[in-house]
Write a protein that binds this ligand. Structure first.
Ligand SMILES: *[C@@H]1O[C@H](CO)[C@@H](O)[C@H](O)[C@H]1NC(C)=O
Ligand SMILES: *[C@@H]1O[C@H](CO)[C@@H](O)[C@H](O)[C@H]1NC(C)=O
Ligand SMILES: *[C@@H]1O[C@H](CO)[C@@H](O)[C@H](O)[C@H]1NC(C)=O
Length: 302
């Protein structure tokens, strides 16, 4: 008798653990190296289905020009290899094809604007110069702050490096934990390994920086419902909120400042080149009136 009750209790526990989704079973898929399942996201197109090497070359046309600062460093293969780690989690694999292409344009829009050496009269236009840098060129300091959890490694300098540049010892520490690389002791990895640099950037895009906060991915693809506080702070789903999450009040809540406009311009330029078109930029494109999710100095990039 006792035995039968114990069995019943186990069955009940399993049903509870399976939760509300137990009734309607989600289809799971595996697409091999690019989207290792089982994951619902792997049932959709993968990034290489709609974003190919010629498109990467198109978006970052000037990155290997002689005057660029990271010639030969960035390539398509590094991006796809890094992206494959996050495709089972929904990176570039959420929603329909149009949303997938938009997310890649949005993510790369941030990357392009942060790594650009384009300026007003640059050949090809100022937006053709994304991935010109892989590091800050003339750092004015070591970006080392007192931190109990992530103390600076002797001799290391934590200037901006990567595809969404990482600054400061504590941000190298957190990011290193995220990508399972010892970036605190080896910040230079981010300027030596393009796959790792893209991986760190996609990790940043996919990961909420605080408990109960959305990731940039979440606010962009529609996974996030603003609270009343968010609405009062003008934070709404869309590209604008991705800038809020990545840069906070360095870029947002200050009207239509150049640094914000520049990121939006890259996003829209890439939407056009991808064939999606800037008319599909989506609602809440800017963050000119948004209050920062996190106050200044507390974001992982700056
Ligand atoms: C997969 O794509 C379809 C449309 O093509 C979309 O409706 C669905 O939400 C996508 N699946 C996921 C998990 O995003
Ligand atoms: C570069 O980083 C990737 C991703 O973390 C890793 O798999 C690879 O081994 C690294 N390459 C080198 C040469 O260290
Ligand atoms: C809403 O915002 C107020 C003021 O900024 C804050 O004190 C409160 O904790 C917030 N509530 C939630 C649920 O985040």
């Amino acid at each position: 008798m006792g035995g039968r009750w114990a069995v019943a209790a186990v069955v009940l526990a399993l049903l509870v653990a399976a939760g509300p989704a137990a009734g309607k079973k989600e289809k799971m898929c595996d697409k091999g190296w690019e989207c290792k399942g089982p994951s619902i996201y792997c049932c959709n197109d993968t990034i290489t289905d709609f974003f190919q090497v010629y498109q990467f070359e198109n978006l970052f046309a000037k990155r290997n020009a002689p005057v660029s600062h990271a010639v030969g460093f960035w390539d398509y293969q590094a991006f796809i290899t890094a992206a494959a780690i996050y495709e089972p989690l929904g990176f570039g694999t959420t929603g329909g094809k149009k949303m997938q292409m938009k997310e890649i344009s949005a993510f790369l829009g941030h990357v392009g604007s942060k790594t650009s050496c384009g300026y007003g009269v640059a050949t090809g236009g100022p937006l053709a110069w994304g991935l010109c840098y892989n590091r800050e060129m003339s750092p004015s300091q070591d970006y080392c702050a007192d931190n109990y959890e992530y103390p600076c490694s002797p001799g290391a300098s934590y200037y901006g490096r990567g595809a969404l540049p990482v600054y400061w010892n504590y941000n190298y520490g957190v990011t290193g934990d995220g990508v399972k690389a010892d970036l605190l002791n080896h910040p230079e990895y981010l300027e030596q390994n393009a796959t790792l640099a893209f991986q760190a950037a996609i990790w940043r895009w996919m990961t909420p920086m605080r408990k109960r906060q959305p990731s940039a991915h979440d606010v962009f693809v529609g996974n996030w419902k603003p609270t009343k506080n968010d609405t009062l702070s003008k934070r709404l789903p869309g590209f604008g909120a991705t800038m809020n999450i990545l840069y906070g009040d360095l870029v947002c809540g200050q009207g239509f400042i150049d640094s914000m406009n520049n990121i939006i311009s890259h996003y829209q330029y890439y939407l056009d080149l991808m064939g999606v078109g800037r008319e599909s930029s989506g609602d809440n494109l800017d963050c000119s009136e948004q209050v920062a999710f996190n106050p200044s100095g507390q974001t992982a990039t700056s």
